[in-house]
Design a protein around this ligand. Structure first.
Ligand code: AMP
Length: 393
């Protein structure tokens, strides 16, 4: 598969699918520019070669041409991050787009209006994709966040190009995951947390043969604890998955994977930041109480495993980190991963909530790589190939 390094963009127009689906605040300012920063190396490479960049993206989930989802709100932030005044086309296909492209000179950047103003984008419509393809000479996909969707601009459009490539961001995402899942270095540790076992079942099955340690925390741990005969009070549980949980534990043993479950939990009677809490043995939680964070002994146990790991994958928080009262377990975990990373381990954080937790507590810069795509990352962890990447082949 070709990467952007295989091309020289001199006098070429690169049609780049970026992920500028950024959070916009009430004043229509970009609240977090990291997705724009993520796309910067690819865009700059095109400009430095002497080419021009035509950026296409979606923003939110508009129903028709809803003004609040216009990508013009992203223009200032994009110009700021990229260090070049970004031009804007009020449409992503048709006369306005074509004219703006025709006027574009080498060294210039044009941002097209929201792709999702057209239903054809999400439908993966061929005619729409062909119209997009007319705007550029070389197609570059750098939108990892939507690479798991077979939409017109992420997948179908590639059919109309002879010259197509992965951008630097997409390449980095794929390489980081490959480093974890096909590592020659050991031990490899995966930490899975979050609310539900059901949403991570396929991930667990796929990564078991590739890891030495699997840490299971967060709400999903309680299904395992209950299946082992523990009393979990009112904690989150998926009763229909208890047998599956036991099966996973058995498979792990057969494959020599060490599973680490929490031994204690911060429990409470109400799902409230100001509620009374205490620490209990995770197998003996009082009736009417629920576990919302990893307890202190668990934190120490998990940190010991992480300290000895060379490759670390983290997906999902260890508690309800959105409330300060139940954030300490997740913070301790992030701290342990940051310390191991500093000592030379490779750490990859992926999946929406662990990324927001890492950012919230200031650990995102202390990990080796923080993925930009939650859904896409989960699908890769499940062992699926992503249509946006396949289409570049
Ligand atoms: P997921 O999207 O499955 O990764 O789940 C993330 C969510 O799990 C976060 O919003 C956390 O608040 C939540 N979570 C983590 N631990 C628990 C717990 N012990 N009980 C309930 N929710 C939890």
């Amino acid at each position: 598969m070709k990467t952007i390094k295989d091309f020289n963009f001199k006098n070429k127009k690169a049609l780049i699918r970026v992920d500028f689906n950024v959070p916009i605040d009430k004043e229509f300012n970009v609240a977090d520019k990291s997705r724009i920063e993520g796309a910067k190396p690819t865009i700059i490479k095109v400009l430095e070669d002497g080419g021009s960049a035509i950026l296409m993206s979606h923003l939110g989930r508009p129903e028709g041409r809803e003004e609040k989802y216009s990508l013009k709100h992203v223009l200032n932030a994009a110009s700021d991050v990229l260090g070049v005044k970004v031009k804007f086309a009020e449409d992503c296909i048709g006369h306005k787009a074509e004219q703006a492209v025709a006027e574009l000179k080498p060294g210039e950047i044009l941002l097209l209006e929201n792709l999702r103003y057209y239903n054809e984008e999400k439908k993966g419509d061929k005619e729409f994709a062909e119209k997009l393809s007319k705007l550029g000479d070389i197609y570059v996909n750098d939108a990892f966040g939507t690479a798991h969707r077979a939409h017109a601009s992420t997948t179908i459009v590639a059919e109309f190009f002879e010259d197509k490539a992965m951008g630097f961001l997409l390449q980095k995402e794929v390489e980081s995951l490959d480093k974890v899942l096909n590592s020659t270095e050991k031990p490899v540790t995966a930490i899975l947390g979050g609310a539900k076992v059901s949403s991570k079942l396929t991930v667990i099955e796929n990564i078991l043969p590739k890891v030495d340690h699997l840490i299971i925390g967060g709400g999903m741990a309680f299904t395992f604890i209950k299946a082992q005969g523990g009393q979990i009070g009112e904690s989150l549980v998926e009763d229909d998955l208890q047998e599956m949980a036991l099966d996973i534990l058995k498979k792990a043993e057969e494959q020599n994977v060490k599973i680490h479950l929490p031994v204690d939990s911060v429990v409470t009677q109400e799902f409230d930041n100001n509620s009374e809490t205490k620490v209990e043995n995770i197998k003996q939680i009082t009736d009417g109480w629920m576990g919302l964070d990893a307890g202190p002994e668990t934190r120490v146990n998990f940190a010991k495993v992480i300290e000895e790991s060379r490759i670390i994958l983290w997906n999902g928080p260890l508690g309800v980190f959105e409330m300060d009262t139940f954030a300490d377990g997740t913070i301790a975990l992030a701290k342990a991963i940051a310390a191991a990373t500093e000592k030379g381990a490779f750490s990859l954080v992926g999946g929406g909530d662990s990324v927001s937790a890492a950012k919230k507590f200031g650990f995102d810069t202390k990990m080796s790589y923080v993925s930009t795509g939650g859904g896409a990352m989960l699908e890769m962890l499940e062992g699926k190939s992503l249509p946006g990447i396949e289409a570049l082949n």
